[in-house]
Design a protein. Structure first.
Length: 121
């Protein structure tokens, strides 16, 4: 096996282990591309947080996709990740455009500010 983590054989051998136990088949090329992107992020040490933009972070043991991972939208797949070496969250969208797919990715700085409202009486 190659020492390159993104070697195609490494990705293809890991991909089935990241699919839900209940469904090890991919229903479309669009889902296959989203699963391959998820595999690449997983092999690089990213931790899956959510399957949309707004849900609170969840725990996905072993980075395995949940059984409903490909039912959240008809034309897009959203995957949110975190990496131990970064304070950023990474949002990946695989969007179906006719017979093609578009992959968008962005790193988002997540911060929160807490201000007691009692000061504004």
């Amino acid at each position: 096996m190659s020492t390159n983590a993104l070697d195609p054989s490494a990705l293809i051998s890991l991909l089935p282990t990241l699919l839900p136990q209940s469904s090890k088949t991919l229903s479309s090329p669009h889902d296959a591309l989203a699963a391959l992107v998820h595999t690449a992020f997983s092999i690089l040490g990213f931790r899956l947080l959510a399957l949309d933009d707004s849900s609170p972070a969840a725990n996905f043991p072993g980075n395995v996709l949940p059984s409903d991972w490909n039912t959240h939208g008809l034309v897009d797949r959203t995957l949110r990740y975190k990496h131990d070496q970064s304070s950023l969250e990474f949002v990946i969208k695989v969007i179906k455009l006719g017979q093609r797919s578009l992959i968008n990715a962005i790193a988002v700085e997540v911060c929160s500010i807490t201000q007691p409202l009692i000061q504004y009486r």
